[in-house]
Design a protein around this ligand. Structure first.
Ligand SMILES: [Zn+2]
Length: 320
């Protein structure tokens, strides 16, 4: 049996998984990242995880077709380094070269983690059997990936498809990228929590206080919605604004790329149709070609396996 290996280097854990050609995760394991260490130690841990997985599954090294490494940040044009990742504090990190010291004869690719998640949805998740999809992860920030014609689209120098830094409101909140009002400064979990907290402070009568048990530190991305369901006007207004901004961003993406499906993941998507339905309704009124079939709006199907699976499928989605 031929398999691929996916590796995910994240802020908390280094993970490795065995992925078959259908995008199924056959086994996975992890250790703590301890990001303050040097790159070679982090990569050595990844190499040890790979060896352990193969041995557990009675597989030899020669059955591994490729290794994909997913990491936050921007890869170089050769998919061999991560040029910068704020989360891990890596700059010009030669991940491929370091891993080659352990696995000299196996093709290795390095790619942004959100791009890998998009591959996973395309290969075996909510965009399976579709050629055009966009997957967006709504976390502390917003990241995503674009699949065009069953290939990962990353543009010139692999530096494109940075979906979280599309400006929605140029007079909006300052973004880490230097501009104002980016998609992620309006629609990330962090933004929603901050908006909910500010609104609670301005409105002492709001039921947000009840939901968070009078502790603003307990506010999550779901608090405004929960207050709204109790009949709270402040919560309703925050949620309405959130849906509006999300629909603006997704309409922009639909107008430019017109994928067959847009897939959302992240904590806020726990609301399911309660979130998707109002966003979809707005998009149906806004997308330029609304007379034609519009992109479906769906939840992620790959869950916590998405980045590992996508990393394992990188070789297939990179091949020309
Ligand atoms: Zn930005």
């Amino acid at each position: 049996m031929k398999v691929n290996i996916g590796v995910e280097i994240g802020a908390k854990f280094i993970q490795a998984g065995i992925v078959d050609k259908y995008g199924r995760l056959l086994a996975r394991t992890k250790v703590q990242s301890k990001c303050e260490r040097g790159l070679s130690e982090i990569v050595e841990d990844a190499a040890n995880l790979i060896r352990q997985l193969l041995s557990d599954k009675d597989l030899e090294l020669r059955s591994v077709k490729s290794i994909g490494v997913a990491c936050p940040g921007v890869p170089d044009e050769e998919n061999s380094k991560i040029l910068k990742t704020y989360i891990l504090g890596l700059y010009n990190a030669p991940i491929k070269d370091e891993l080659k010291r352990h696995f000299a004869n196996i093709p290795i690719y390095v790619e942004n983690d959100a791009h890998c998640a998009a591959i996973a949805e395309s290969a075996a998740g909510a965009a399976e059997d579709l050629d055009y999809s966009i997957t967006i992860n709504i976390g502390t920030g917003i990241s995503g990936g674009v699949i065009i014609d069953n290939r990962l689209y990353t543009g010139l120098n692999n530096a494109g498809a940075v979906l979280g830094h599309m400006v929605i409101d140029k007079n909006g909140r300052k973004c880490s990228c230097g501009r104002n009002g980016c998609f992620e400064t309006l629609c990330s979990a962090r933004a929603l929590i901050e908006d909910t907290r500010t609104a609670a402070e301005k409105n002492p009568e709001s039921l947000i206080w009840k939901v968070c048990e009078n502790d603003l530190g307990k506010i999550t991305e779901l608090t405004a919605y929960e207050a709204m369901t109790l009949g709270d006007e402040t919560g309703k207004e925050i949620f309405r604004c959130y849906v509006d901004n999300l629909a603006v961003a997704l309409t922009n993406l639909a107008n430019i790329l017109m994928p067959e499906v847009i897939i959302l993941c992240g904590g806020i998507t726990g609301l399911g149709e309660e979130l998707l339905k109002p966003v979809r309704e707005k998009m149906h009124g806004w997308v330029y070609s609304r007379e034609t079939t519009l992109p479906a709006l769906k939840l992620s199907e790959m869950g916590s396996a998405s980045v590992l699976v996508g990393a394992g499928m990188l070789a297939a989605y990179k091949k020309k």
